[in-house]
Design a binder for this molecule. Structure first.
Ligand SMILES: Nc1ncnc2c1ncn2[C@@H]1O[C@H](CCC(=O)c2cccc(C(=O)O)c2)[C@@H](O)[C@H]1O
Ligand SMILES: [Zn+2]
Length: 353
């Protein structure tokens, strides 16, 4: 990423603080978190794939000309995940990477339709993610929860299948807490997904669609009105609509901001033009997230460093950002209090003379 607001300009002590700060991650995709090592290993196992087997070649492969190109490449990686064991390994390794960054709690967006339509047995899929979740919590101490998302461009068949997998009591995994909608927004109107979100919400799931990443603020309004969104994935274009910003602030609907993602997919031209500062100025709750970290050459720590630069934050400001994510999460009250306390204790100790 070449930008004059490169996160590497943040002082070294601030990087060390971020690396050790206990955090929560609310917007990170399962397949989009596959490390270069895992991607190249899977690519070598499947020589029919166009994904490079050399981790270094992946840097070029993960350079996107626009959002549509990003989704194309994303799906070529989805194609590499073919067995329940691939799913289990991927999930476990994602948790390891989150734990390395002191992530105590993460809501991982999973697209089960993409796996079941490629022939992975639905029962085996659920068992694989749950097995990895439990192992990760026991071994790394990181608590994982799932958001199942509809790949909107795949149509209402995908919506039906995702809703079924998320609401059928015999299938729905214990770790599932929310329901989302991802993929391209252009030509994929949000209102058509209302009946599916209604069913998911009735089954006790929280609504967290992507909106306003690649289209205007009207998509964010649609996500609020039709899909009853409790948080918004990205919501970048909300900055174009002061009434929307005021509404998000007043209703305490948090935005899941992923700065580097927005540059990598070319949703935003440069980091300097990213509207995160306008969100904060308008009183909107901002959380910092990594989206598809290896594909965008980033990780959650780097996103916090980017945020520190864009918002001119010191350690206390970064701790407040980390607490925003805890508060906006779907953890229970006791779970939130535990991580908030940990953040406060850590920050106080770090800043003590
Ligand atoms: N920044 C992002 N913004 C939005 N979404 C993002 C982002 N990053 C990752 N995603 C993921 O991409 C998927 C898209 C998958 C998709 O469009 C599709 C279309 C047709 C067929 C199939 C298939 O599987 O056969 C899939 C989404 O569901 C979402 O989980
Ligand atoms: Zn996303």
């Amino acid at each position: 990423m070449t930008d004059h607001l490169d996160a590497s300009v943040a002082p070294r002590e601030l990087h060390a603080f971020i690396a050790a700060l206990p955090k929560a991650e609310l917007h990170v995709h399962h397949v989009g978190s596959a490390s270069p090592r895992i991607v190249s290993e899977l690519a070598a196992r499947h020589p029919d794939s166009k994904v490079p087997t050399d981790p270094e070649a992946l840097v070029d492969y993960f350079t996107f000309t626009d959002f549509a190109h990003f989704i194309d490449v994303y799906l070529s990686v989805v194609d590499l995940i073919r067995t329940p064991e691939d799913v289990r390994l991927l999930t476990y390794e994602v948790a390891r990477e989150l734990a390395r960054q002191q992530v105590r709690y993460a809501e991982l967006t999973i697209t089960p339709f993409s796996s079941t339509r490629r022939g992975i047995d639905e029962r085996a899929f659920m068992d694989a993610i749950e097995d990895a979740r439990k192992a990760a919590e026991a071994e790394f101490g990181t608590v994982l929860r799932w958001c199942f998302d509809i790949p909107g461009e795949a149509g209402l068949e995908a919506a039906e299948e995702t809703t079924r997998l998320a609401t059928d009591d015999r299938l729905r995994p214990e770790g599932l807490v929310s329901f989302g909608l991802g993929g391209p927004e252009i030509g994929v109107p949000r209102p058509q997904f209302k009946p599916y979100f209604d069913r998911a919400i009735a089954a006790g799931l929280h609504s967290v669609p992507h909106a306003g990443e690649t289209t205007g603020p009207e998509t964010v309004w649609d996500a609020l009105t039709y899909l009853r969104a409790e948080r918004i994935g990205h919501g970048t274009s909300s900055a174009q609509d002061p009434k929307l910003l005021a509404h998000l602030a007043e209703q305490r609907i948090a935005l899941e901001v992923c700065p580097t993602s927005n540059i990598a997919t070319r949703a935003v031209r440069t980091l300097g033009e990213h509207p995160i500062k306008e969100f904060v100025r308008a009183g909107v709750i901002v959380t910092i997230n990594s989206d598809d970290p290896p594909m965008f050459g980033t990780d959650l720590d780097n996103e916090y460093a980017v945020a520190a630069r864009l918002l001119d934050l010191d350690e206390r400001g970064l701790a407040e950002l980390a607490k925003n994510a805890v508060d906006a999460s779907f953890l229970d009250v006791a779970g939130k209090a535990r991580i908030r306390d940990e953040i406060d204790t850590f920050t106080t100790a770090w800043l003590a003379p």
